[in-house]
Design a protein around this ligand. Structure first.
Ligand code: ADP
Length: 423
């Protein structure tokens, strides 16, 4: 049976066979090309639509942050009004708002720039990345060295900001908290414990050394025993004194905020201290000259603390200023720099004095100009610190003046008691 394909070949019929095949291929290729062109135009149209949608998304965010003037101004005002340095970031870490304190602390922080570039510490960058990823608060330490060392704790808190379309946009609130005073107190406490234990360990080691010697090699040596017992007594006294000073210091510190209100007469207190130190003065061949007024000089004070204060000052003058041969203790009435009447007790010696670089540090705990000399004199390094605390509790001032080779003057200034109101 023959198949009639005359209809499909009618158009190409007069063409030779090879030409007919080539024409069919060309036609198919042309159709395919037109389909491709149509498709690619569709793609371009779709691609053109994408930025338009993205742009819409950006503007919707802008509506929330930037363009909506009321909300933006309110957020900016809240950040500006925070007492600590504060920065509001978007979820990429870009700065949206920052207050003046933050700009001063980290001048590299700029609006619309990434905070990661400004705060280049790896710890901060990790904390920021984690806060963004987990939407949980993160903490890091920010160290500032100019103009002085400062330790800041940085807290990154994710804050969901509602958008105009009912969703939430995640922002990061970064606040800095100054930990420097706490850090310093911690350092001081650690130093204090280290110093106190060192001061106690030294006489304790000497005591146990002598006990071993007395139980061993010097067991039957009566002369050595006598000498060693003398040294042990000195060391035990030193430990007792140190513990005494430590306890007094902590007592005064505990009551630092409560100003003493009992009226005390300074004249008999100073006399009692000077009389008590007469044996030491004789031993050091120093004459104590006392220049006190006759009528009572009263201030609101704590008698025990004032005894301790004058004892420390006069004893120091006798110990460290002995070479001068005399110590003058005087009391004068004066007027403070603020114009308020005050009572000043001056303890002056004529010894070697103190070099100016030591003066600002003399009232620090355990600070000594010459550690060996202080220990040899039975000092603990706590006396002037105690003096300063007592003066402070009495709302007074301690002045230290010294001319090297020409002695030192320690002046305790106390505000004068107000005269009784006449009825
Ligand atoms: P210490 O127990 O060592 O006497 P203080 O706190 O009373 O401790 O005094 C601290 C240091 O101040 C002393 O070690 C001494 O070096 C110095 N100092 C105190 N008073 C005088 C003084 N009148 N003259 C010279 N140096 C003094």
């Amino acid at each position: 049976m023959a198949i009639d394909d005359s209809s499909s070949t009618t158009f190409f019929a007069p063409w030779p066979d090879r030409l007919r095949h080539a024409a069919i291929i060309l036609l198919v290729a042309a159709i395919a090309l037109s389909v491709l062109v149509a498709l690619s135009e569709l793609c371009i149209a779709a691609a053109a639509l994408v930025p338009w949608r993205l742009h819409n998304a950006v503007t919707s965010r802008e509506d929330v942050r930037g363009v909506n003037p009321v909300e933006a101004a309110a957020v900016s005002a809240v950040v500006a009004g925070m007492p600590d340095p504060a920065v509001l970031l978007d979820r990429a870490g870009r700065v949206l708002h920052l207050n003046t304190a933050a700009a001063q602390l980290a001048p590299a922080l700029r609006k619309n720039e990434l905070a990661q570039f400004a705060l280049r510490s790896p710890e901060i960058i990790t904390a920021l990345r984690e806060a963004i990823a987990t939407t949980e608060p993160r903490r890091a330490t920010y160290l500032d060295h100019v103009p002085v060392d400062r330790w800041m704790e940085l807290i990154i808190t994710p804050v969901p900001v509602p958008t105009l379309f009912g969703g939430t946009d995640k922002c990061m609130l970064m606040t800095f908290h100054d930990q420097t005073p706490l850090r310093r107190v911690e350092e001081m406490r650690a130093d204090f414990v280290a110093n106190a234990s060192h001061e106690l360990r030294t006489p304790l080691a000497a005591l146990s050394g002598f006990i071993d010697t007395l139980q061993g090699p010097a067991k039957d040596d009566a002369k050595a025993r006598e000498r060693f017992l003398g040294i042990m007594h000195t060391q035990a006294t030193r430990m007792a004194r140190l513990i005494d000073d430590l306890l007094s210091l902590s007592r005064v510190e505990l009551s630092a905020h409560v100003r003493p209100d009992t009226s005390v007469d300074l004249v008999p207190i100073i006399r009692q201290v000077a009389d008590g130190l007469e044996p030491l003065a004789r031993e050091r061949q120093v004459a104590i000259e006392i220049d006190l007024p006759e009528p009572p000089v009263t201030i609101p004070g704590d008698r025990e603390e004032l005894l301790r204060l004058f004892e420390n000052l006069i004893e120091n003058a006798l110990k460290y200023g002995a070479s001068g041969g005399r110590v003058i203790v005087s009391l004068v009435r004066a007027v403070s720099t603020e114009g308020a009447p005050e009572v000043r007790v001056l303890v002056r010696d004529f010894g070697p004095g103190i070099a100016p670089e030591h003066l600002p540090r003399l009232t620090e705990r355990f600070y000594r100009v010459d550690v060996g000399d202080s220990r040899a004199q039975g000092g603990t390094g706590l006396g002037l610190s105690l003096v300063k605390h007592i003066v402070n509790r009495h709302r007074g001032r301690l002045l230290i003046e010294s001319v090297p080779k020409n002695g030192a003057t320690f002046t305790a200034c106390f505000p004068q008691a107000k005269p009784p109101q006449s009825a």
